[in-house]
Design a protein around this ligand. Sequence first.
Ligand code: S3P
Length: 450
Amino acid sequence: MSGHGTPIPMTSRRSGPLKGVAEVPGDKSISHRSLILGALAIGETQITGLLEGEDVIDTAKAMRAFGAEVTDHGGGEWSVRGVGVGGFQEPDNVIDCGNSGTGVRLIMGVMATQPITATFTGDASLNKRPMARVTDPLELFGTQAVGREGGRLPMTLVGAADPVPVRYEVPVPSAQVKSAVLLAGLNAPGKTVVIEKEATRDHSERMLAGFGAEITVEDTDEGRVITLTGQPELKPQIIAVPRDPSSAAFPVCAALVTPGSDVLVPGIGLNPTRAGLFTTLRDMGADLTYENEREEGGEPVADLRAKFSPNMKGIEVPPERAASMIDEYPVLSVVAAFATGTTMMAGVKELRVKESDRIDAMARGLRANGVTVEEGADWWSVEGLGPDGVPGGATCESFLDHRIAMSFMVMGMGAQEPVSVDDGSPIATSFPIFEPLMSSLGAQIVRSNT
Ligand code: S3P
């Protein structure tokens, strides 16, 4: 089982105003998909702006293990020479996806309908996460999966030699499950249909269409019905990965809670399946504006300007918005602590099965730092203490979860006393330049727990 090496304790303390431009790295979801679909095309896909975080690097290594030629040209430029749909070779060794649920679930989907066997593992966090949500639908194609108790990694999949297309209604709002089924459907003859009741991020659908697959999406009374025709020849693409709204969330929220701040976060994708946090912050009264709104690569993009916002109010976040901001609830709960009144977040059961149980992880750290949190199975609420009212002063566990570590670093920037995390090393999975970038804006983050 891999880990993240030696723990890196970190402390964030109240700094002066955060000022400047925060150029956040490429989108994690789109980076994984670029490498995976590039590996399935015939010819060379060229990628710029790839997120070079540990999660995506693990996916690049996995694509090499399955036979694709993946080359790092430096500075976020990568190329992938693919093997074609159905052309994966059997890997010689166990595939280690590190911390990445997206990596392992999407890759399992791709290999599930090819006549090869592969064994998957991950770090202590990934090996606790549920995989049956993916292997249940993959078994409908004819795949066999054997894992540990409760459908956990390490797990071996024997791909279906004669896959059949499936019709599958996704029981939980999960883009990873949806994508795994679609990617498996790529090598099944005929039409694979995936139905989702709530719209989740649609990068797989957009990118499959971009690579030349026949894919349609219909909004019906049943939900979003996605139909993919199997066994296409995918054509290589030139992909410019947009900057990640989930990473932008950290400098944006840091500016909102740090007195005097004014930060510009340029070129952020505002795809409606991803932008729920920014809508929510504006509903709370945040001074967050969209500048230079434009379209890039078929996606709405804007430069975000965030300023210190001492008058934010707690709100009830609409549960139907959850899928479009699912990774942003940890940092939202920090902002909520600096608002006035209660912020209620309901319909968020999925937070309990992320890199950590994110409701539990945030509730523990917030409480230790003097913030009142209530929680139930699928909801939680945070009592705001106002812009100057968060005591801080405690060390929080990050539970091998990058977003928990970064959220508490944001809290330390506005709290009365410094806030520490026991281990910031997981930040490298999604935002390897977090510390230098935040420091360049004026944040005070140090690698120690004092
Ligand atoms: C992702 C989907 C989401 C999200 C994850 C990335 C993706 O997970 O939390 O960080 O790229 O498809 P779920 O599909 O489990 O909701």
